[in-house]
Design a protein around this ligand. Structure first.
Ligand code: MTE
Ligand code: LUZ
Ligand code: MOS
Length: 777
């Protein structure tokens, strides 16, 4: 204590945020004791459902015979579209998503009926016994075919700035080409699942693995013809969501609830992996046609891109995904005269949806491909061309959609990574290696990331929280975000502990529940910790202010001078244990719990002109990857990866580094080994890990150096931190472009290898052959 009676030790240095805390459930995860939806003890009388799926891509149903299904062992009921008491729809924005196909099937794998039985196995066995007659209709299976047929789920979008036509005409150099980047299965380890328990007076409680409990509440209410207040949706945690449970948990939640309401018994619907992959949407694949004009230094003077995506049979989130792609085509580059088009192709395939990055990666990879070509055309290191085109600090700093970038750190960040990764020396060493190695070729690439943080749908940028301080001094926090492994609960708990100046052990987070915090947004767009952290801080501050006023009244001094730190309340020269003050405050009838709310300020967006200020701030990053490619087999290995990510003033560096590592490997899988393949009848043949190759531990680089860039958010985000969930998924662009660099070494870096993603061994061999053919020509 100093003379004024204010503490000089303990408070100033005391911090809970910014500490590398383990995930709040780490011990439970490791011990297998964390409760996922399927682990919740089942109520007596619980039934199990399975879905009967269409085996045609596009057809009218002329007859359905479910006699054998109904007669199968253990079957209790079989339900069709006409058995849905409310609306047969589970679409998140546009209502074009039937829960059960009604007369028309629009993709192979579309649910047609629900069978409910006494066990999971009996339900699944019965589902296979349906006899359905179809009258086939023409099916559109690729985005290019959708474009040719002008078949779209939404009107195509366009964003233009400047005068691209004129700028092209004046450009000293020009290039044009095409690119295809495949989709990606979310491959959450816990599949889609819902457990619906009917309650009194039409009430329905649904435990669901979902990123969006409020949306599940709405969908279930509509399907059952009820109001939202009849339905409670609860989720303690997911075993991964990755965007796949933002909207598409709705089918499973509503189907389980429809069966539970009909039978008045608890019904669980757990997707088998093959069904999960056949039924649900994935990351959108994109096809691009691009054209670029540039000067002899490599500075882009005009750019045009036309993207078409595979939206699938319905809109789902394809509109916002395409919007984010349009708003990320610039990545870290200033494009003065630019025209960006995007169309959502309506195809007879699964309805594609959110996946980590939400169109951002798909937008940004196109400009990176273009820059890579410019560099090769000019015989320059791609890093130099990238740098030349970076957004400026004070000029060349307005995005094509009109937002001025005020927090640009890409120059410093890339300079730091160039240095710490030893980029230039390794470039020389790799050239040496390639000179004497005819079959194995090494490649190196550094790629930057800029990612806009906020939902691009403005009203979604809001969150709520509840904080309860109990009489024993323990604290419970509940917020609208959902835990999918990303560590949101840990971060929110840290924020609350920090605000109340208590040990983290005092704080516990509970399941997300629509009856606690209402009208929540999906935990998505990387905004979970930003929004819910602010809401929880607001709630905790209200309680702290009441406790401070009480303490001052009790012990003297000004309320504004009371400090909370190190589990102690410092008031008028005294140190009162937090729990002691709480107990006294309760007896004095002080409200010890509070709600909190947050809405991100300053956002606006005009969807017609595609202009505005859609993002609160930008997160930045860069990565360097070095690969070796066997040009005879197409096999390759990532030898070393260095990643530097701007998490601002990180709330929890341990969790943030984990997010960067995970996103890096997941993005690498997307761009290299994870190939979705539909047969000519429209059946997704890669619907299990046997045929769909996600990265394994052996695919991780032996030398993997992930660091956080020292920064502080220019925007007033929660403790000046930055979002971390999605942006690092763009860091492994460096792996893709390192592979392309290695392939181009075959032709002495004179030819642009035509490399699509995923760069599977087969795709790599095709590119090698194309480079060799171009050389011979
Ligand atoms: N990390 C894990 N372990 N599991 C996940 O499902 N989803 C990602 C990312 N990191 C995911 C994850 C996606 S798609 C998003 S939008 C963010 O986490 C959401 O979390 P946040 O906004 O709370 O950071
Ligand atoms: N916008 C966005 C969205 O940027 N990210 C999202 O996850 C999202 N989800 C729904 C609607 N808009
Ligand atoms: Mo993440 S794709 O925004 O759920």
């Amino acid at each position: 204590m100093n003379d004024a009676g204010t503490p000089n030790l303990g408070t100033a240095q005391w911090n809970e945020v910014g500490r590398a805390r383990p995930h709040e459930s780490a011990v439970l995860h490791v011990l297998g004791q964390a409760t996922y939806t399927d682990d919740i003890p089942e109520i007596a009388g619980t039934l199990h459902a399975a879905l009967g799926l269409s085996n045609r891509a596009h057809a009218r149903i002329t007859a359905i015979d479910l006699e054998q299904v109904a007669a199968s062992r253990g079957v209790v009921a079989v339900l069709l579209a006409q058995d849905i008491p409310g609306t047969n729809d589970c679409g998140p924005i546009i209502h074009d998503d039937p829960i059960l196909a009604d007369g028309l099937v629009q993709y192979l794998g579309q649910p047609v009926f629900i069978v409910v039985a006494d066990s999971h196995d009996n339900a699944r066995r019965a589902a296979k016994l349906a006899k359905v007659d179809y009258e086939d209709l023409p099916a559109i299976l690729t985005p290019q075919a959708a474009r040719a047929a002008a078949s779209y789920v939404l009107p195509p979008m366009r964003l233009a700035r400047g005068d691209a036509e004129n700028a092209f005409a004046r450009a000293p150099c020009r290039a044009k080409g095409e690119l295809y980047v495949g989709g990606q299965e979310q491959f959450y380890l816990e599949g889609q699942i819902a457990y619906a328990i009917p309650g009194e007076d039409r009430g329905m409680h649904v435990y669901c693995s979902t990123q969006h409990p409020s949306e599940m509440q709405h969908v279930v209410a509509h399907a059952l013809g009820l109001h939202s207040h009849h339905v409670v949706v609860e989720c303690r945690r997911m075993g991964g969501g990755f965007g796949g449970k933002e909207s598409q948990s709705a089918l499973w939640a509503s189907a389980a609830a429809i069966a539970a309401a009909r039978l008045r018994r608890p019904v669980k619907l757990r997707a088998d992996r093959d069904d999960d992959m056949l039924v649900t949407g994935k990351r959108h694949c994109f096809h691009y046609e691009y054209e670029v004009g540039y000067d002899r230094e490599g500075r882009i003077v005009a750019a045009k891109v036309d993207m078409v995506t595979r939206a699938g049979y319905s809109a789902d989130l394809s509109g916002p995904v395409a919007t984010r792609a349009v708003c990320h085509f610039d990545n870290t580059y200033y494009l003065s005269d630019v025209e960006i088009r995007a169309a959502c192709g309506k195809t007879n395939t699964q309805s594609n949806t959110a996946f980590r990055g939400f169109g951002g990666p798909q937008g940004a990879i196109a400009i990176e491909y273009v820059i890579d070509e410019i560099a090769r055309n000019l015989g320059r290191d791609p890093l130099d061309i990238r740098r030349l085109n970076f957004y400026g600090r004070l000029e060349r700093n307005v995005t094509p959609y009109g937002q001025t970038i005020v927090d640009n750190v890409i120059h410093e960040l890339v300079a730091e990574l160039e240095e710490t990764s030893d980029y230039r020396a390794r470039r020389v060493a790799i050239s040496e290696y390639n000179r004497t190695s005819p079959v194995l070729k090494k490649g190196l690439a550094i790629t930057p990331v800029k990612f806009g943080i906020a939902f691009n749908v403005t009203h979604l940028n809001q969150a709520g929280a509840l904080v309860h301080v109990y009489v024993d001094g323990s604290i419970l926090v509940n917020h609208g975000g959902t835990e999918m492994g990303q560590g949101i609960n840990t971060k929110v708990m840290q924020v609350v502990a920090h605000e109340l100046g208590v040990d983290l052990e005092r704080v516990r987070a509970t399941a997300t529940n629509t009856s606690k915090v209402a009208n929540t947004s999906a935990t998505a767009a990387s905004t979970g910790a930003d929004l819910n952290g602010k809401a929880a801080q607001d709630a905790a501050r209200k309680i702290r202010d009441r406790l401070a006023a009480f303490a001052a009244a009790q012990f003297g001094g000004e309320a504004s001078e009371v400090q909370f730190a190190a589990d102690t309340v410092f008031v008028a020269g005294r140190e009162v244990p937090f729990s002691e003050l709480v107990a006294k405050a309760y007896l004095a009838r002080v409200q010890l719990w509070s709600d909190g709310f947050y809405a991100t300020p300053g956002l606006h967006w005009d969807p017609k002109t595609m202009n505005g200020h859609p993002f609160s701030y930008y997160a930045y990053g860069a990565a360097v990857s070095e690969v070796v490619v066997d040009t005879l087999t197409g096999e390759w290995k990532l030898l070393r990866a260095d990643a530097l990510y701007d998490a601002g003033n990180s709330l929890n560096p341990a969790i943030d580094i984990g997010q960067v590592e995970g996103a890096f490997i997941q993005g690498m899988g997307w761009l290299t080994t994870e190939e979705l393949w539909w047969n000519p009848a429209g059946k997704l043949m890669t619907h299990a890990p046997s045929t769909y190759k996600i990265p394994g531990i052996s695919d991780c680089p032996e030398d993997f150096r992930v660091r956080l860039f020292k920064n502080r958010n220019a925007e007033d985000s929660i403790h000046r931190s930055k979002a971390v969930g999605e942006p690092p998924l763009l860091l492994p662009f460096s792996v893709f472009f390192a592979i392309r660099d290695a392939i181009s070494a075959v032709g002495g870096h004179k030819v642009n290898p035509p490399l699509n993603a995923p760069a599977t061994c087969e795709e790599i061999l095709k590119a090698v052959a194309a480079v060799e053919a171009a050389q011979d020509a």
